[in-house]
Design a protein around this ligand. Structure first.
Ligand code: UD1
Ligand code: UDP
Length: 384
């Protein structure tokens, strides 16, 4: 029997840990005996409700290595990660580096692996916001251009790569210079399908907060562009408070630690007090994934600047107001299942009002068939 493919997976931020659940499941399933995974956690996210909760809930094996990088400026954080990942790769115990998404942990993994000629498999390749003020846009571009396999979720992602000169027809095995672009679906769609039943069985967040199905709006805000800018942050929270009052709807906001910190620093005191005094404006700690699925699947409307939450709103047939000027998930906006409101109070109000009144029509599957992770495993085994 050939020796198994030895994969080093780098995770670090919340969405990557959740994505890793889908791949770890597939590696333990169809990859059994043929793939061995080492999980390296950079430690970019470290609070229990930003990291450990997902290992506990989603059956992800404990990380084999934790670099405990912690928070910091982009350069310092990424440099510490690259150094730590390089030490692991220098042991020459791994055949492939597996990376997710677009965080600083992704960037660090890509740079460390490419310099040591360890082939990189990038899951969620090809996404572009065409806005280089977003740190994630830089991370995605660098990672894609260091990769040997680019696993795309959508036709748009494949087209973006083609526009950057990637070939989508191959007559030789993949290399860093002649990478393979493969559309495989979305591992987060796999996860949403896989964990939906468990969420309805185990999550008690709706009862805990006194929420009724379709009787509340779910909100997440964490992009630095929104949180670290006083004008934008105040505009968003003023629009949320206004919406909450006009519709007498519960509003639930699991607060990212960055946002918690910046709300204390930047929100005008009168606005902060008004929010705190509204018992049905629920500011809660970051949610576990099962609670998050329960919230998304029962919300009447989702308002978010998160990439992952936009898409999960679609998976669960919910309209979404996006608190950004653009999105990588253009399909959602083209179908009018989501709209771009940026941090503009009028657009947030008019978009939310319309969706609360009309809802959205059917949300046909755009993100694969729930077997993206297995397809990625097959492709890696076939071509490495
Ligand atoms: C990071 C990613 C972003 C992703 C998000 C997912 C980058 C550049 N950004 O943004 O793409 O959407 O994760 O949630 O990689 N903090 C804590 N505890 C934690 C983690 C963070 O208190 O466990 C606080 C710290 O004050 C830290 C701040 O949050 O400085 C920001 O954390 P960081 O990892 O730098 O970026 P995110 O905003 O989380
Ligand atoms: N998520 C979660 N708890 C929360 C907020 C988000 O479990 O309180 C999940 C969400 O369901 C999605 C992922 O985290 O699967 C998205 O991560 P995040 O919004 O932090 O980052 P992004 O997707 O914007 O990079």
């Amino acid at each position: 029997m050939p020796s198994p493919l030895r994969i080093l997976t780098v995770i670090g931020a919340r969405p990557q840990i959740i994505k890793a659940a889908a791949m770890s499941r597939a590696i333990a399933g169809i990859g059994r005996d043929r793939m061995v995974e080492t999980l390296l956690h950079t430690g970019q996210h470290y609070d229990a409700n930003m990291s450990q909760v997902f290992f506990d809930e989603l059956g992800i094996p404990p990380a084999d290595i934790n670099l405990n990088t912690g928070s910091g400026a982009h350069g310092a954080m990424t440099a510490r990660m690259i150094e730590g990942i390089e030490q692991v790769l220098l042991r020459r115990e791994h055949d492939v580096m597996l990376l997710y998404g677009d965080t600083n942990s992704t960037l660090a993994g890509a740079v460390a692996a490419a310099k040591l000629h360890v082939p990189v498999a990038h899951v969620e390749a090809g996404l572009r916001s065409f806005d280089k003020r977003m740190p994630e846009e830089i991370n995605r571009i660098v990672c894609d251009h260091c990769s040997t396999w680019l696993f795309c979720t959508t036709d748009t992602a494949v087209a973006n790569l083609r526009n950057e000169g990637f070939s989508t027809s191959f007559d030789s095995p993949p290399t860093a210079d002649r990478p393979h672009v493969v559309q495989c679906g979305d591992v987060m769609y796999d996860n949403s399908l896989h964990f939906a039943a468990l969420a309805s069985e185990r999550s008690s967040i709706l009862e805990g907060l006194g929420l009724s199905a379709n009787g509340f709006v779910l909100v997440t805000v964490h992009r630095d562009h929104n949180t670290d800018d006083a004008v934008r942050l105040n505009a968003i929270f003023r629009a949320l408070l206004d919406l909450h009052r006009r519709h007498a709807l519960d509003l639930v906001l699991p607060v990212h630690p960055r946002t918690r910190k910046m709300m204390e620093l930047l929100l005008e005191p009168e606005l902060r007090n008004a929010i705190m005094d509204s018992p049905r404006f629920h500011l809660v700690p970051p949610a576990g994934f099962l609670d998050m699925i329960a919230l998304e699947s029962n919300a009447r409307l989702v308002i978010t600047d998160s990439g992952g939450v936009q898409k999960e709103a679609y998976f669960f047939g919910k309209p979404c107001v996006i608190l950004r000027p653009g999105t990588e998930w253009v399909e959602l906006v083209e179908r009018d299942q989501a709209l771009l409101a940026d941090a503009d109070p009028e657009r947030i109000a008019s978009g939310a009002d319309r969706y609360l009144r009309d809802g959205v029509t059917a949300c046909p599957p755009l993100f694969g068939d729930g077997h993206a992770a297995e397809r990625i495993c097959h492709e890696l085994l076939r071509t490495w």
